[in-house]
Ligand binder design. Structure first.
Ligand code: UDP
Ligand code: MG
Length: 310
């Protein structure tokens, strides 16, 4: 029986990319043997003409091009979740619309699943050329940190671009938390995974919607979602400063008994108080971040709202 691939494509303000993307993937489709391909575009609340491009595409190919359009921008993670929920294929692929994910890899991905027995064939960028050095630096730092403090291992350079079996998709859908960090979730569910490697490509058109700060806060989400190690920072710094102050007390009392005289230096005292106050606020901030996550999680709001679908 002919198998079906559902291709999930999140789009946010990508009007000029959609026709180019579609044409390129249609070319690749010719070399995919014995499978049919279904497009599931997710318009993540774009403010440009993305939606009308999708409508045009759907009216030209109503049987295999479908889309879901959100009522506002919910973020790529929400778009991916929506795509996975709505997909019906035996295999499901996730691909960016900007062609940074080379579509021709679908062929070897399919081979990996059908002939080599993998459940997931993902992709890794081996180079980060074309990226600001500061971004690469922080990204490396993030992976070092997360792999040290979390049980869920995350390989650097792994993209969302992947092909997986229905079984894996169903497993991912059971992880229905509100704060989604897909890189972590993909790795957390397990399964036999293979990574194809390729050089970084630049975007074909349009521009990235990720600013440095957006990425930074995204990586903080990753840490908070997959590790509780930061919570121990409070206890450790607490114990540490207790030990230091105990030593200080012994020193001051000893000096008074042996040498006599008064203790001077309120300036240093103020500095120490401010320092301790700073540490306390910092730790409170960490705890606050986890409570904030808990708060959003318990509200149990929908992860996205669909306004139009075809
Ligand atoms: N995207 C999305 N919602 C957003 C931001 C991005 O659906 O809020 C989509 C975007 O249209 C693209 C993919 O996610 O298909 C990757 O985005 P981008 O190219 O901006 O990220 P980068 O490749 O720079 O990591
Ligand atoms: Mg991109």
């Amino acid at each position: 029986m002919m198998k079906k691939i559902s291709l999930i494509i999140p789009c946010y303000n990508e009007q000029e990319m959609i026709p180019i993307f579609f044409k390129t993937v249609e070319e690749v489709k010719k070399s995919l043997k014995n499978v049919s391909l279904e497009y599931l575009f997710i318009d993540d609340g774009s403010s440009d003409d993305t939606l009308s491009e999708l409508n045009t595409l759907h009216s030209e190919h109503p049987d295999f091009v479908h889309f879901f359009s959100f009522s506002r921008n919910f973020g790529k993670e929400a778009a991916l979740y929506c795509g996975l929920q709505k997909s019906s294929g035996d295999y499901v692929a996730i691909m960016d619309v900007d062609l940074q994910d080379p579509p021709e890899q679908l062929v070897s991905m399919l081979y990996g699943i059908q002939s080599e027995g993998f459940d997931i064939v993902g992709t890794r960028r081996t180079s980060r050329k074309g990226e600001p050095p500061i971004r690469s630096f922080f990204s490396n730092l993030f992976y070092k940190l997360i792999n040290r403090i979390s049980d869920t291992q995350m390989l650097p350079g792994v993209r969302d671009y992947r092909l997986m079996t229905r079984q894996v998709v169903n497993a991912i859908l059971t992880v229905n938390e509100y704060n989604r960090f897909s890189k972590g979730i993909f790795s957390w569910v397990g399964f036999k995974t293979k990574y194809l490697e390729y050089e970084n490509h630049d975007r074909v058109a349009g521009k990235t919607s990720w600013s440095f700060w957006k990425l930074f806060s995204y990586s903080l989400d990753g840490i908070v979602n997959f590790s509780d190690a930061p919570l121990s920072i409070a206890s450790f710094t607490g114990i540490f400063s207790c030990i230091i102050s105990l030593l200080g007390i012994i020193f001051i009392v000893g000096r008074k008994l042996i040498l006599g005289g008064s203790v001077n230096g309120w300036a240093s005292l103020v500095t120490v108080i401010l320092f301790i106050g700073g540490i306390q606020l910092f730790c409170l901030g960490i705890v606050g971040k986890y409570i904030g996550n808990l708060y959003l999680e318990t509200k149990n709001r929908p992860k996205y709202i669909v306004k139009e679908e075809k």
